[in-house]
Design a protein. Structure first.
Length: 157
């Protein structure tokens, strides 16, 4: 009976520790997502660009494009967004751990895009899904997909 109690205690402790580790990793990804969009909103595109894996990532934007495989430098990202004001806010973030160093995140992204010239997007509302991977410097985006919500606008308007 003592051996059974000890075995049960070890199993319970292992389960609790595993749950805590998973919950901490999920929260790290949630924090990374919020930080990611706050960087862009504040105009800190150079830091925003470092949230993607260095060896390239795949993406599909809310304009309905095909998959794109990108390996964009920080300088390219800064140049592409010059004069553009972003105001994005993620909502209802859900994270599922796919392993200890990989997570699937889904959420809604709402906000606006205001270019320096021309018409902006004031009703940006999309569903977002991203694959985040952990490397030595934190969580990075390996893949992302955005699709416009009904009644909302994506990049294509």
């Amino acid at each position: 009976m003592k051996t059974l109690t000890q075995t049960f205690s070890v199993a319970l402790l292992t389960t609790l520790v595993t749950y805590q580790v998973v919950a901490q990793a999920e929260q790290q990804v949630v924090n990374s997502i919020k930080s990611h969009w706050n960087m862009l909103n504040s105009g800190n595109v150079a830091s925003f660009a470092t949230n993607f894996v260095a060896d390239g990532f795949s993406a599909a934007s809310s304009e309905g494009s095909f998959w794109e495989y990108e390996r964009q430098s920080t300088e390219e990202a800064v140049e592409q967004t010059k004069g553009v004001k972003f105001d994005f806010h993620p909502h209802h973030i859900s994270v599922i751990m796919l392993g200890k160093d990989m997570a699937l995140a889904t959420y809604y992204l709402v906000g606006s895009i205001t270019p320096s010239e021309g018409e902006g997007i004031t009703n940006y509302r999309t569903r977002a899904s991203q694959i985040w991977v952990k490397d030595g410097s934190g969580w990075k985006i390996k893949h992302e997909h955005f699709s416009a919500l009904f009644g909302g606008a994506g990049i294509g308007g």
